[in-house]
Design a protein around this ligand. Structure first.
Ligand SMILES: [Zn+2]
Length: 220
């Protein structure tokens, strides 16, 4: 008996079928090798959960390229057991050469950190998000970067601050500062700072993406 499938699921099933056919027809050996020999990805990737900025898509990457952690607004905190274990495992055990933190302009998590917080009572879903973006709110409130200071001053005049437009310079600056904050936390994390990883030539890389990455800057 054929089971009814939602149209959006059909798209995924068809996509996976095409992926398998393409691999088989064009170059099956790399994937076979990854399966038999295990993975040795050159990159650990920290990015936003946003559906528009998948690392495999924006870098046109093959399987075996990225070991990935994604969350709302691409944050790294050592207190986040998920992100910390992913980063620690890839840096210390898999021996990745590069850790990439990629933010993206127009990020909804960063926009929400600029807007006025919702007033009580806050439902559980919104509460979870507000809690998670708290550190970005703190960057917005304390940054001395000119574009952010100007937006902060402008917002002080408003009774209620809405989420900014993507081209707002203060918003774009906050996307960048949020990426830098994650990179700083990784650089000073005990797993990285003990020297073992840097002796292996580990690099931290910042990428800020519109849809395709347009700037790369090596941090260390
Ligand atoms: Zn985002």
């Amino acid at each position: 008996m054929k089971r009814a499938t939602a149209p959006e699921m059909e798209v995924l099933l068809e996509g996976n079928k095409k992926f398998r056919e393409n691999v088989q027809a064009n170059d099956p050996e790399p994937l076979k090798k990854l399966t038999l020999d295990g993975q040795a990805p050159p990159f650990m990737f920290i990015g936003c959960s946003d559906s528009r900025v998948s690392e495999g898509t924006v870098f046109n990457a093959r399987p075996g390229t990225f070991f990935t952690e994604r969350n709302i607004a691409n944050q790294f905190h050592a207190t986040d057991a998920n992100a910390h274990s992913v980063m620690s495992y890839t840096a210390a055990e898999l021996g990745v050469k590069h850790i990439i933190v990629m933010g993206h302009y127009g990020c909804g998590g960063v926009a929400a950190a600029i807007a006025t917080p919702p007033s009580a009572p806050i439902d559980a879903a919104n509460g979870a998000v507000q809690n998670w973006i708290g550190p970005i709110r703190a960057i917005f409130q304390t940054s001395i970067r000119t574009e952010i200071v100007e937006l902060r001053e402008k917002n002080k005049l408003l009774a209620k601050v809405e989420e900014p437009e993507p081209q707002e310079p203060g918003f774009r600056a906050l996307v960048e500062e949020n990426v830098k904050a994650s990179v700083r936390r990784i650089a000073t994390d005990s797993v990285i700072a003990d020297g073992t990883c840097s002796q292996k030539g580990l690099l931290l890389i910042v990428v800020v993406s519109r849809t395709m990455p347009h700037s790369l800057a090596t941090q260390r």
